[in-house]
Design a protein around this ligand. Sequence first.
Ligand code: SF4
Length: 329
Amino acid sequence: MNQFQYSRPAEASVAIKALAKEPNAYFLAGGTNLIDMMKMGLVAPQKLVDINNLPLKTVSEIPVGLRIGALTSNSNMAEHPLIKQKYPLLSLAINAGASPQLRNMATLGGNMMQRTRCPYFFDLTMPCNKRVPGSGCGALAGYNRMHAIFGASDQCIAVNPSDMNVALAALDATVHISGPKGSRTMKFVDFHRLPGDHPELDNNLKKGELITAVDLPEARFSKNVHYVKIRDRASYAFALVSAAVALDIENNTIKEARLAMGGVAHKPWRLTSAETFLKGKPVSEDNFKKAAQIAMEGAKAYQYNQFKLKMAPNAILQGLKIASGLASA
Ligand code: SF4
């Protein structure tokens, strides 16, 4: 068994200092991903800094929207009255993910940090540039059914597994970060990375930085929203493809659209060209079909995930029809 140090500070500044002292240290929140990876031998920390005592569990209104503490559990987020009422897309996406037990433990910050579910990443006998940089990618010529169709590189074709992240990307969230060099904010859409030449990096956090909160802007999408998740079985499975849709509709005209996809890229995949197309257009199946087509520009499939090229636009179309009321869920 790997021996490691453990501490449980009550202040963020102390937690950040504790992590900075040990190069091979991890923050521990809900543990639903990190503990699994420790058990499987994917990571062997010298130190765990348990952050569960930090005061980061509140959901509160701010002048420009809502602030969600990074340690808020996925269950508490999904069921929070303000989130259900003002940001129902986020509730739908979270409840489409994992199981109730996992959602009780998993936190906002931990969900943002969860690693890919590429089976080659978890198989220590296979090459994986994300696990061991420079070792190769087992998925490229392997069974790549679950893998990316957007933004992949010849180093890695993995996808981000989170449902919550897809909704937060669509809703223009902002991330609050604290670290050894102070605090900063980052747009949620810039938080996760494409693999490029460094697939070992999932996101743009710098070493030792801690996610402290996520802000949602003033609620504009409280009515016409939907989250489509297509998966191999009805519960507790990662998305083959998912689509988060939020529409602001007035007199049958789309004032604004927010669209993002999951299960298709190394990061939640925002569909800005399709959003721009829909702005100012009347609600119609024809326009939704065109938007779904636009959203697929640049898609590239691998040997076993060709089906995603059809499944993805269908998911977008279904999401748009249900969100707008053209179809029922
Ligand atoms: Fe590793 Fe990425 Fe290749 Fe999967 S797709 S084996 S995570 S490098």
